[in-house]
Design a protein around this ligand. Structure first.
Ligand code: FES
Ligand code: FES
Length: 136
C-alpha cells in the first residue's frame, strides 16, 4: 500500500524516539498493543511542576503508520496540559497523516498510548500523595 508523504516523512525522521527512565516520578508511561496486528507502542511523557508536558518519547514496534502516528503525537503533546493531551483524537492524527481506512487503528494506538501515559502519570501523583511524598 502507498503511504502518504507525511507518513513517510515521520517514518524517515521520527521525532522523539527513545525512552525516559521509568523510575523518574515526573514521567508517565503508556504501553498499548493493537489486537488487529500485534503492533506495540510505548509512549512516555515528562511533566513539569506546572502540570505541563514538557517532553515526550516513544518506541513503536509496528508499521510505518504507527511509527508516524506516535512521532506526530509526541510533537503535539509538548507544551500541552494533561487535560489538553487527553483531547487528542485519533481522527485528528489520521487526518494529519492522511491514513487510509485500514490504517486507522494505527492512529487509535497513538491516542490510546497518550491516554495511558497520562493515566500512569496521574496514578503516580496520587500514589505519591497518599504516602505523603512531596514532588519536586
Ligand atoms: Fe504489520 Fe502492523 S500489521 S506492522
Ligand atoms: Fe497495526 Fe499499523 S499499528 S498496522
Amino acid at each position: 500500500m502507498a503511504y502518504s508523504e507525511k507518513v513517510i516523512e515521520h517514518y524517515e525522521n521520527p521525532r522523539n524516539v527513545g525512552a525516559f527512565p521509568k523510575d523518574d516520578p515526573t514521567v508517565g508511561t503508556g504501553m498499548v498493543g493493537a489486537p488487529a496486528c500485534g503492533d506495540v507502542m510505548k509512549l512516555q511523557i515528562k511533566v513539569n511542576a506546572q502540570g505541563i508536558i514538557e517532553d515526550a518519547r516513544f518506541k513503536t514496534y509496528g508499521c510505518g503508520s504507527a511509527i508516524a502516528s506516535s512521532s506526530l503525537v509526541t510533537e503535539w503533546v509538548k507544551g500541552k496540559s494533561l487535560d489538553d493531551a487527553l483531547q487528542i483524537r485519533n481522527t485528528q492524527i489520521a487526518e494529519e497523516l492522511a491514513l487510509p481506512p485500514v490504517k486507522i487503528h494505527c492512529s487509535i494506538l497513538a491516542e490510546d498510548a497518550i491516554k495511558a501515559a497520562v493515566k500512569d502519570y496521574q496514578s503516580r501523583i496520587a500514589g505519591a500523595a497518599e504516602v505523603g511524598h512531596e514532588r519536586v
